[in-house]
Design a protein around this ligand. Structure first.
Ligand code: FES
Ligand SMILES: [Fe+2]
Length: 407
């Protein structure tokens, strides 16, 4: 007698959506008290569905920093950037206003400055020319030229314009958002500015160095690395640990909009600064800072990804954007007070300080690449966090809020 096999009864566990399981694990991780905090599940750094979720719920819904105004001081100056696959051009117009325009041509949709065609990430243009059929746009995005279109009916060139994204300049940084309905950035970051970063007055500073990196790790690997000083012990043993020892670092209480860690200088340096009333910095300090501000460095994160490593005389701003579940693109920069250019030996000092920034960044790149490797390993399990990694726990709370608001 033949029998028909009964299909296996599916348990709730086997039918659970892996993304929902990941959400639940992240919520449970973020709910732990700081003393019991652990790292995120590995899938948060590898899962394509979670990366899509982050794209949709974070990068398409938040304010994202794209460039500093000092990168585009003159009419026609531009910065080219892709925000989660959305091709953008930050450009200063003839009217000196800054706009964030789409790089998508209004003819057949070509990226006006595609990757791989030798377009620089930063530069100057008098007109924005599509290389495909030579339609051209002015610096405000208005179509000004379209050859051989005289026989096209229902085509009015005066009505054709590149899409302009919603943007805001805040503390000297150009932010854009893909969200249709969002509170002004100045409101979101008002406490962040008033209590912490406003005193650097970065709107009146100069970005003097930028470098672009294509990275083989999830964006959060670098963000977490950036926001904790624990790794000074190992990764920066010879560069940062000697003057910014990990042990003395401490974190401001959790805030839903930003995270801030203090990195005090080693004691002998603090004593010397107070005794001599001289900050002893290579560049002049930012004009609004006082000598007590020179006793420490800081790391800041304005959620979701506005990263600043701030010293009394320079700010390293990192523009970090995901390009896939296990890849991201990074622009590292250095911003210094305008008056620095007037100091004797400025060029040589700048060269030396840029190299110093590259040196510790290379140390970070190495550990980030190697950490990503661990996210796909069967040997991986969430690990306990040190009190020196408190900003990671705070970021987990931000991520949990994103998951909750998306439900
Ligand atoms: S796609 Fe740009 S001119 Fe045709
Ligand atoms: Fe680091």
């Amino acid at each position: 007698m033949s029998t028909v096999a009964t299909p296996p009864i599916r348990t709730r566990k086997s039918t659970a959506d892996p993304l929902e399981s990941l959400f639940a694990a992240i919520l449970a991780t973020a709910a732990k008290p700081r003393e019991k905090s652990i790292t995120l599940p590995a899938a948060a750094y590898t899962d394509p569905d979670f990366a899509e979720f982050e794209k949709r719920e974070i990068f398409q819904k938040e304010w994202i920093s794209l460039c500093h105004v000092s990168q585009i001081p003159n009419a026609g100056d531009f910065v080219r950037v892709d925000l989660c696959g959305e091709p953008m051009l930050v450009v200063r117009g003839k009217d000196m206003n800054v706009r964030v325009l789409s790089r998508t041509c209004r003819h057949r949709g070509m990226d006006l400055m595609p990757s791989g065609f030798g377009h620089p990430d930063e530069g100057n243009k008098r007109v924005i020319l599509c290389p495909y059929h030579l339609w051209s746009y002015d610096l405000g995005g208005k179509l000004v030229g379209a050859p051989e279109m005289q026989k096209a009916e229902d085509f009015d060139r005066s009505e054709v314009c590149l899409h302009e994204f919603h943007s805001e300049i805040w503390e000297g940084f150009v932010f854009a958002t893909l969200a249709a309905d969002i509170a002004p950035l100045a409101d979101k970051f008002s406490r962040f500015k008033d209590q912490f970063i406003g005193k650097w007055d970065m709107a009146n500073a100069d970005l003097v160095w930028s470098a672009h990196w294509e990275c083989k790790f999830n964006w959060k690997i670098l963000l977490e690395n950036f926001m904790e000083a624990y790794h000074h012990l190992g990764a920066h043993m010879k560069t940062l640990e000697p003057f910014l020892p990990a042990r003395g670092c401490w974190t401001e209480p959790y805030d839903p909009e930003f995270s801030c860690m203090h990195l005090p200088l080693k004691d002998s340096m603090k004593e010397k600064i107070l005794k001599t009333n001289d900050p002893g910095t290579p560049f002049p300090i930012f004009p609004n800072l006082v000598i007590d501000d020179c006793l420490e460095w800081w790391v800041f994160l304005g959620y979701p990804n506005f990263l600043l490593f701030s010293a009394p005389d320079r700010v390293y701003w990192y523009r970090l954007l995901p390009t896939g579940p296990e890849t991201c693109t990074l622009m590292t920069t250095m911003i210094i007070p305008k008056i620095a250019k007037e100091m004797p030996g400025y060029e040589d000092i700048l060269k030396k300080e840029i190299q110093g920034g590259i040196d510790f960044h290379m140390e970070d790149m190495e550990v980030c690449i190697a950490t990503q490797r661990g996210m796909s390993s069967v040997g991986h399990a969430p690990g306990s966090l040190s009190h020196l990694e408190e900003p990671i726990w705070q970021f987990e709370k931000y991520l949990a809020e994103v998951i909750k608001r998306s439900a």
